[in-house]
Design a protein around this ligand. Structure first.
Ligand code: HAM
Length: 411
């Protein structure tokens, strides 16, 4: 037993459990491709100031959760707690958006949180950013994409919690009203809420300790300017047309400061761990300017892969090998190994147990390794045939070697 352990709040994802992670990654890449997104690959660390400005100094993410360190030249760097600020920084640096850019990403993010199920210090997000588009259909498309991803990952009963927080000008007037409301109840508020009030009173709305105190508080959705109002009406109508179920959540403000207008989270109804959102996103039309770029409307989301895997229905691991080759005896090993190579060249996902093992041990290995079928190389080989067995149904037959690809496709 090694005395070395992975750092607190991190998970090791090893075979065979990693099969589910591959499935999530491939599903997301495929689905976002179907929606017209292309990968954006940015550094895992950035200057600390990028997140302080982009995500917002007043957020918990920046205030309490950043993995910040100085490099050998004394620069302050931070492991990315999220990727939106990085993608926007990279696009500005490359000259900005011509027309629209649809970027997707997948990878680890880092937040110094109190670890528990579904809340990690290194966790994984898959996300998309639709840059340069102000139309409400962009919001609808992004919300739909996240919803479809959860369906394809077999996360049952997902609800979209939806809200709008208006534009900065709407929020200014609203903020004054909210602050006045909170001032009147200052004695009822938690210490945490009082601190939030100073920095960003909106954040008091979703403070778990202050649900009662803020029950009658004014909410942003009642303080929208005409443009933000029309935008939100169009988003809701678009979701209705596509049949995406949503629930209005007037107190949803999200934990990052760059949002305006539409914000949402995906909440699986059956998953009742303390951290329940398996993904979230929103519009952020001011972030480009905030980071020194040209005004560029944008909307995006990130899905929390760790939580999605916890919330998935069923725990059976997918079988990942098409075929496991078994040598009927030591004399057949060389023949079997050479055939294995030809099968792999033909794109068949195949493997075999190496070394001197009994047929029984090889069958056991086939099962453990997640093979869907076994082919035995033995006496029939001389007549150009192999014995195949479907491990899911248990059926067994002798087939000509050249029919193996067709047989696999059928099983
Ligand atoms: P976020 O809501 O901070 O949004 O994170 C998105 C998702 O990441 C959450 O819904 C959750 O599932 C997962 N997540 C967050 N923190 C943890 C953690 N400590 N452990 C496990 N999972 C976690 C963003 O990050 C935005 N960048 C989304 C976005 C993209 N908005 C616009 N574009």
């Amino acid at each position: 037993m090694t005395r070395f352990r992975g750092p607190k709040g991190t998970d090791d994802i090893l075979p065979p459990a990693s099969r589910v992670w591959s499935r999530a990654e491939l599903t997301f890449i495929e689905l976002s491709g179907v929606y017209g997104y292309e990968p954006a690959i940015t550094p895992i660390f950035e200057s600390t100031e990028l997140f302080a400005r982009g995500v917002g100094e007043a957020t918990e993410v920046v205030d309490k959760q950043m993995y910040t360190f100085a490099d050998k030249a004394g620069r302050s760097l931070t492991l990315r707690p999220e990727a939106t600020a990085s993608v926007v920084r990279a696009v500005i640096q490359a000259g900005g958006v011509q027309g629209v850019m649809k970027a997707s990403y997948w990878g680890p993010m880092f937040r110094y949180e109190r670890p528990q199920a579904g809340r990690k210090r290194q966790f994984y997000q898959a996300g998309v950013e639709y840059l340069g588009e102000s139309a409400p259909e962009a919001d609808v498309e992004v919300i739909e994409l996240g919803y479809r991803f959860l369906q394809e990952m077999d996360v049952p009963d997902v609800e979209v919690a939806l809200n709008t927080i208006g534009d900065p000008a709407d929020r200014e007037a609203y903020r004054a009203e909210l602050t006045a409301f909170l001032q009147e109840r200052i004695d009822l508020l938690s210490e945490d809420a009082k601190a939030r009030m100073e920095l960003n009173p909106l954040r008091v709305l979703d403070s778990k300790a202050d649900v009662e105190a803020v029950a009658g508080a004014p909410v942003p959705i009642d303080h929208l300017g005409p443009d933000a109002f029309a935008h939100f009406e169009a988003v809701k109508a678009g979701l209705d047309r596509l049949g995406i179920p949503y629930r209005l959540e007037p107190r949803l403000v999200r934990g990052l400061d760059y949002y305006n207008r539409t914000v949402w989270e995906y909440i699986p109804r059956r998953y009742d761990a303390a951290q329940s959102a398996v993904g979230g996103g929103g519009r952020y039309d001011q972030l480009f300017e905030l980071l020194g770029g040209r005004p560029t409307p944008a909307v995006g989301l990130a899905m929390g892969i760790d939580r999605i895997i916890l919330a998935m229905a069923g725990s059976e691991l997918p079988r990942i090998l098409d075929l496991f080759v078994v040598a009927a005896g030591p004399a057949w090993r060389d023949e079997a190994f050479a055939w294995l190579s030809r099968l792999r060249h033909a794109g068949i996902r195949a493997d075999m147990a190496l070394g001197d093992r009994s047929v029984k041990a090889q069958f056991k290995a086939a099962d453990r390794r997640g093979a869907r079928a076994v082919a035995v190389v033995g006496d029939e080989w001389a007549t150009g045939a192999v014995t195949v067995k479907d491990l899911e149904t248990g059926t067994q037959q002798v087939i000509p070697i050249e029919e193996i690809t067709a047989w696999i496709a059928e099983h």
